[in-house]
Design a protein around this ligand. Sequence first.
Ligand SMILES: Nc1ncnc2c1ncn2[C@@H]1O[C@H](COP(=O)(O)OP(=O)(O)OP(=O)(O)O)[C@@H](O)[C@H]1O
Ligand SMILES: [Mg+2]
Length: 136
Amino acid sequence: MSAWCISRYFLGSTVSIIEARRFVTTFLKGWPDVATAELIVSELATNAIRHSASGRFGGRFLVTIRGDAGRLWIAVLDEGGPGRPRIFPEYPDLEGGRGLRIVSEMAAEWGVLGDHRGRTVWASLNDASRAQRQDC
Ligand SMILES: Nc1ncnc2c1ncn2[C@@H]1O[C@H](COP(=O)(O)OP(=O)(O)OP(=O)(O)O)[C@@H](O)[C@H]1O
Ligand SMILES: [Mg+2]
């Protein structure tokens, strides 16, 4: 069974969140968990813009979705910065702190790669059996 992947850069502005969601839903059309994938990319893209250098003028972020061995992998590569993605304690304040918790609860696994020069925040979903669309 061959893996597939697709990536696209987006400008680091809020309008790109809608575009990133559309990118995922269009590509995964018909896949049973498309709403979860959409929510995940929305949270990760929002974070890239809000919390990393991707949100600066001229910044961008890269969305990758990959299907491999029954797994769907969704990742957002940002342009880094001093802050790190972290899950806040159980009770977030009114300002936020929910996004990564939601992602961690919906995903089979999630994690962070990279450093201040650029971080990839990724989440995987199981049962990508129907997500086989094309070869990489
Ligand atoms: N891509 C990122 N780069 C750097 N820091 C990040 C990144 N994503 C998240 N963080 C850090 O992790 C914290 C938790 O992220 P989370 O998405 O859970 O909450 P939030 O973005 O603050 O609020 P919201 O509930 O609106 O998502 C953020 O406040 C931020 O400090
Ligand atoms: Mg967030």
